[in-house]
Design a protein around this ligand. Structure first.
Ligand code: ATP
Length: 235
């Protein structure tokens, strides 16, 4: 279920296959969002602009398979994400991973979305550079390229291609799939490396500050901070 303003793809779902070329690309942005912060929102905003996304779906992970359990319940992370995106007509929150009683594999989520949106819909998976570097550890990761394009938000001055941390398997995928700026052709399979404004904000540092009674104002939206305080989260 998606909350917020109906995304453009929902409004165009009745189009005939002949009109498929006119489908606007949509973005998929997963994370633990424990809590969601301005680094996440800025990544989505900048990548949406870079590839011309009609909407971005934020998907808080239920049970993230690659890391420890989130610090707080999925319902709280979901509600914070909803408050964070409120007011941005391009952003919506999708609760399917929270509702799924199984590990949140991105490949399953994208396959679900493909079934809903059809094979012609261009879909972009949004990833931070650190998440992208870990891709070869993800379940069935090569299938991701069949399901979506990937745009990677890089930090200026820290090029992925020059990084020693870039696994050879990923380097080969980039070499085969990299596209220049702007919308890619087709529904899936391209990789775009795109610089974003560096914001050294992490959910870990926010949780730590909250646990020690320090201010986290201006690191996340006020509405999210209000929710954290109302519910005494991360204290
Ligand atoms: P934690 O500190 O708990 O590991 P996090 O702040 O890294 O959390 P996640 O929910 O794990 O947030 O990240 C979701 C996605 O957002 C990942 O693709 C990650 O690379 C990206 N991301 C997180 N913080 C930033 C940031 N400050 N700038 C750019 N990308 C970010």
């Amino acid at each position: 279920m998606v909350s917020g303003t109906p995304p453009v793809e929902a409004l165009t779902a009745h189009r005939s296959p002949l009109a498929a070329h006119a489908l606007h690309p949509i973005g998929v942005f997963g994370g633990t969002f424990d809590p969601i912060h301005l680094g996440h929102l800025r990544l989505a905003e900048e990548m949406a602009e870079a590839v011309g996304l009609a909407s971005v779906r934020f998907l808080p992970a239920g049970r993230p398979p690659h890391r420890g359990a989130p610090c707080i319940a999925g319902q709280h992370r979901l509600e914070m994400a909803r408050r964070a995106v409120a007011g941005n007509p391009r952003f919506v929150v999708d609760d399917r991973e929270i509702r799924r009683d199984a590990p949140s594999y991105t490949v399953d989520t994208l396959a679900d979305l493909r079934t809903e949106l059809g094979d012609a819909q261009p879909v972009w998976l949004l990833l931070g550079a650190d998440a992208f570097l870990g891709l070869p550890g993800w379940h069935d990761w090569r299938r991701l390229f069949a399901l979506a394009h990937i745009v990677v938000a890089e930090r200026p001055g820290a090029s992925l291609l020059q990084s020693d941390a870039l696994p050879e398997t990923l380097r080969a995928e980039i070499a085969a799939r990299q596209v220049a700026d702007g919308p890619a052709a087709g529904p899936a399979g391209a990789v775009l490396l795109r610089h974003m404004t560096p914001l050294a904000i992490s959910a870990t540092a926010i949780r730590d500050a909250l646990a020690h009674g320090r201010s986290v104002r201006y690191l996340l939206p006020d509405a999210v901070l209000d929710y954290i305080q109302e519910n005494r989260l991360y204290a």
